[in-house]
Write a new protein. Structure first.
Length: 146
């Protein structure tokens, strides 16, 4: 996930740089670069969230939990993972419903690319599924230390 996200960042830098160069250097704006950048940012966020969860590096407030015994800390970690899994599952279900609806009615993006919207919308349920898998992986690591 990390490598794919890094590759997408590189592609975004190149495409936005290309767009800026053509727009301001040659007065030939490339309007597709903005739409592409938006889709790329969604992909980076979804991949980054899943990777952060998998590594156990999610942001948390440990003002109280750091003073608790180790068993309680693990319990709170499981509780936090359950909350993340619930959100990821809700995003997965609602994201999939959005994809199905967009496909059913034939929605297309209003940008220059005019993509069928269900294609970039697949990033939401796909990323949510990765987040759910990363959460389950992290919970297994806590339950069965390697």
């Amino acid at each position: 996930m990390e490598s794919v996200a890094a590759l997408v960042v590189l592609l975004l830098v190149l495409s936005v740089g290309y767009g800026v160069l053509l727009r301001y250097g040659f007065n030939r704006p490339q309007v597709w670069t903005d739409e592409f950048a938006g889709y790329g940012l969604v992909l980076i966020v979804m991949l980054g969230a899943a990777e952060t969860i998998r590594r156990g590096e999610a942001i948390r407030v440990d003002l109280v939990s750091e003073h608790l015994p180790a068993g309680w800390q693990r319990g709170l970690e499981f509780l936090g993972l359950a909350a993340v899994a619930a959100v990821a599952l809700a995003l997965l279900v609602s994201g999939w419903e959005m994809v199905v609806f967009s496909h059913m009615v034939g929605l297309a993006s209003s940008g220059y690319l005019e993509l069928p919207l269900w294609l970039p919308q697949l990033l939401i349920p796909g990323g949510s599924a990765l987040m759910l898998l990363a959460t389950l992986d992290r919970a297994l690591d806590l339950a069965i230390p390697r």
